[in-house]
Write a protein that binds this ligand. Structure first.
Ligand code: CMX
Length: 132
């Protein structure tokens, strides 16, 4: 596994893009709405990893709930894996709580699945696998 990206929950995606473009001195290379997650995402490359800015597209979005409860900030850490199905089975057998039994389509041509933050010391963990 390696860190593919970190997700940051933001109130205003456009303002956050400007901030992170200045901070990382690199342009946002992709914006994408993920309907199933009710989020709009924006990606910036930093070394081998990425920053994913996450804005809500709906009041029911998990991002809306997260910001109401905790404010803007680090939302999740995503690890790229080679075989997401095998990792789901391995982590279930290790006692982790997976939020779904099967991966779902995510942004950036990935299949994704989440571990409940209570399983991983308060950090929401995403596993992702690039769709080839
Ligand atoms: N990081 C750490 N802890 C979190 C968290 C997060 N992102 N989101 C919620 N929590 C904590 C809450 O603080 C709460 O803790 P306490 O019980 O100590 O108060 C607990 O988890 C339950 O939180 P909740 O507000 O009741 O939220 P829900 O149970 O409704 O949902 C979660 C939490 C993680 C199951 C839900 O956000 C989820 O399903 N996330 C996965 C999908 C997702 O995050 N999609 C957006 C990204 C999409 C993408 O990158 O493409």
């Amino acid at each position: 596994m390696h860190i593919d990206h970190i997700g940051i929950a933001v109130k205003d995606l456009e303002t956050a893009i400007e901030t992170y473009e200045k901070l990382l001195n690199t342009p946002c290379y992709k914006k994408e709405v993920v309907e199933s997650q009710k989020v709009e995402t924006a990606f910036l490359q930093t070394g081998q990893s990425k920053v994913e800015l996450l804005g809500a597209t709906d009041p029911d979005s998990v991002i809306t709930k997260y910001i109401e409860k905790k404010g803007e900030g680090l939302h999740h850490v995503a690890f790229e894996v080679e075989d997401i199905h095998a990792e789901i089975e391995r982590l279930k057998s290790e006692g982790f709580t997976l939020l779904s039994d099967a991966p779902k389509p995510g942004a950036d041509k990935k299949q994704i699945v989440f571990l409940h933050p209570k399983s991983s010391n308060g950090v929401l963990v995403e596993l992702c696998q690039t769709v080839k």
